[in-house]
Design a protein around this ligand. Structure first.
Ligand SMILES: NC(=O)C1=CN([C@@H]2O[C@H](COP(=O)(O)OP(=O)(O)OC[C@H]3O[C@@H](n4cnc5c(N)ncnc54)[C@H](O)[C@@H]3O)[C@@H](O)[C@H]2O)C=CC1
Ligand SMILES: O=C(O)[C@@H]1CCC=N1
Length: 268
């Protein structure tokens, strides 16, 4: 793989988690240059500056990782630095390729990447869509993202907001479930810290089992539920009138619709 420099324009929670993941995967630290107004050091000898560079990015991967609504303010300052050798990677939720192309008319390639925070451990999910999947630097970006976990090309950009809800926001929804599991145990008398430890390990073990199994999670759930036993009584609550499925569907719908609103806001 080419060793293009990687600029991180905006490096907060999400881009910081990605950088942590790349360092775990032994990417050389001198590939990365952070631009963030705070200038707060990242550690590990990574170069951090508080302003955009004076000269152009040249042949580089330039990842933008600020808030979606900031695109209109920040892109004009970046525009003259971006040339036909530059590959822009956007992790901005919602913001579409067409909006990014308007913001960076001279960029050689534009890729949207939708990561999630477990990338910090190399166990994330990254959805990808490029203006030209076969074009220059698309494969470099895919290789880079695959170091962070599961990297998946998404064929239809209209589905990218759903991907953002499912895997981008997904860890937040799973964390809520973990908390609910722990709080349920606590309400039924378990020590809170013990309940939390057991809830987190239960989710970790179940996720690994599901990841390694050829069977669907529904089948694995049935295998836990011994006939006439107690798990089925619990599943009956989650399954009654598809209570959990409906709740999760509504959750993903709400997040997807906010991603679409953010896309609209970025178009203005
Ligand atoms: N937090 C998450 O789990 C995920 C976030 N995203 C996307 O990542 C982006 C950032 O989100 P977070 O990291 O959560 O937010 P954050 O608030 O932690 O980070 C934002 C970063 O933007 C920087 N910034 C602000 N003004 C800037 C400027 N003028 N020039 C350069 N950098 C500037 C800040 O210094 C900060 O480093 C958003 O677009 C979001 O949609 C995507 C997937 C998941
Ligand atoms: O909450 C957000 O807007 C972003 C999108 C995916 C995760 N965080």
């Amino acid at each position: 793989m080419s060793e293009l420099p990687i600029w991180l324009i905006g490096c907060g929670n999400m881009a910081g988690a990605m950088l942590a993941g790349w360092l775990v995967a032994d990417e050389p630290t001198d590939r990365f240059r952070i631009v963030r107004p705070s200038g707060v050091p990242f550690g590990s000898g990574i170069s951090v500056q508080s302003h955009l560079p004076q000269s152009g990015f040249g042949e580089a991967i330039v990842q933008i990782g600020f808030k979606p609504h900031m695109l209109a303010d920040i892109a004009p300052d970046m525009r003259s630095l971006v040339g036909p050798e530059t590959c822009i990677v956007s992790i901005l939720a919602g913001v579409e390729l067409a909006t990014l192309r308007e913001a960076f008319p001279d960029a050689g390639q534009i890729v949207r990447a939708m990561p999630n925070t477990p990338v910090a451990l190399g166990k994330g999910v990254v959805g990808l869509i490029a203006e030209d999947e076969q074009g220059e630097h698309a494969a470099d970006v895919a290789t880079l993202m695959a170091k962070l976990g599961l990297a998946e090309w998404i064929a239809d950009e209209r589905l990218f907001d759903v991907v953002t809800a499912l895997s981008g926001s997904g860890p937040a929804f799973v964390f809520r479930f973990m908390d609910a599991l722990a709080r349920g145990g606590e309400a039924l008398g378990l020590d809170p810290a013990q309940a939390l430890r057991m809830a987190v390990e239960t989710v970790r073990g179940a996720a690994e089992l599901a990841g390694q199994s050829d069977e669907r999670p529904a089948t694995l759930a049935d295998r836990v539920a011994s006939p006439g036993g107690s798990t089925r009584k619990g599943l009956d609550i989650l399954d009654d009138d598809e209570a959990l499925a409906k709740l999760v569907h509504a959750t993903l719908e709400a997040a997807t619709s906010r991603n679409r609103e953010m896309a609209e806001e970025a178009r203005r």
